[in-house]
Design a protein around this ligand. Structure first.
Ligand SMILES: C[S@@+](CC[C@H](N)C(=O)[O-])C[C@H]1O[C@@H](n2cnc3c(N)ncnc32)[C@H](O)[C@@H]1O
Length: 256
């Protein structure tokens, strides 16, 4: 279960990769655009401003996140649907598919990519961004905490893991083989965070959702304290500031 309030706490930091991704989408025109894993929809709405004659659909499987999209709807231009992105079908060809910070939640990218590009119109574009922090101290802290006997039986194998995102070269080769030109890059954002244990707060808005759902309200406090201690040691504050380096992977694929 997603918590839009938690997720939006760092909305400025979370918006920038979307802007950096969209800066590499060089399309003057689009008739139909899909934003898969659109979340609260506020970034989806910006697509209507950039492509004023396009129809835009946001797809997400979380009713909690989609509840935020209700005031954003523009009849005939911008709509949102509750569906799993792996099963969603537009019913017509799509010019641009965007999926920002969502595909890491879906397994079997080997099957997902051909399915997504199969929905594109000729010359269509797929633009993807994923966090790629699965080899960093934040993931190690989560994995170590999960092994604690108090909750290991309910948490082992739950949530994001080291193989949630493949190496960037894998995506480039796969899409090239599918007939696409690919512009791919990786970068690390250094988030400058303040407040008490901000890395824990950041992760509470995203990666920890499935774990917190599973650990249950009785043990949530203990689990967060144990993980928070590890994260505070891995990302020590200097004065009021904690730096949280966040690697991210991007690709924009256009049919050759
Ligand atoms: C980190 S949020 C990103 C939201 C938005 N794209 C943004 O950049 O702000 C990930 C979103 O992906 C959605 N999501 C995860 N798995 C999904 C799936 N299988 N089908 C549809 N949406 C999914 C979640 O519900 C959540 O809203």
């Amino acid at each position: 279960m997603w918590d839009a309030g938690e997720y939006l706490k760092y909305s400025d930091e979370r918006s920038r990769p979307f802007a950096d991704l969209m800066a590499q989408v060089h399309r003057a025109e689009a008739r139909l655009i899909a934003d898969l894993g659109c979340g609260t929809g506020y970034l989806t709405r910006s697509l209507c401003e950039r492509w004023p004659s396009a129809r835009v659909v946001g797809v997400d499987n979380s009713p909690e996140m989609l509840a935020q999209t209700v005031p954003l709807v523009i009849p005939g231009r911008l709509r949102f649907v509750q569906e799993d992105l792996t099963g969603w079908s537009s019913g017509e060809l799509v010019d641009l598919i965007i999926t920002n910070a969502a595909l890491q939640w879906v397994s079997d990218h080997d099957s997902v990519l051909p399915r997504l590009v199969g929905m594109l119109a000729p010359g269509g574009t797929l633009a993807v961004q994923m966090p790629n922090r699965f080899q960093t101290p934040s993931q190690a802290a989560i994995e170590e905490t999960v092994t604690d006997h108090r909750w290991s039986s309910s948490l082992t194998g739950v949530g994001l893991h080291r193989e949630s995102v493949m190496p960037i070269s894998w995506y480039v080769h796969r899409l090239h083989d599918l007939g696409f030109s690919v512009n791919a890059w990786e970068t690390t954002y250094i988030h400058v965070l303040t407040g008490e244990n901000p890395v824990l707060r950041w992760l509470q808005g995203t990666a920890l959702r499935p774990l917190l759902e599973r650990v249950g309200p009785d043990q949530e406090g203990e689990f967060l304290r144990a993980l928070g201690n590890r994260l505070a040691a891995a990302y020590p504050a200097r004065g009021a500031v904690t730096l949280f380096p966040m690697p991210r992977l991007f690709f924009v694929a256009t049919e050759r």
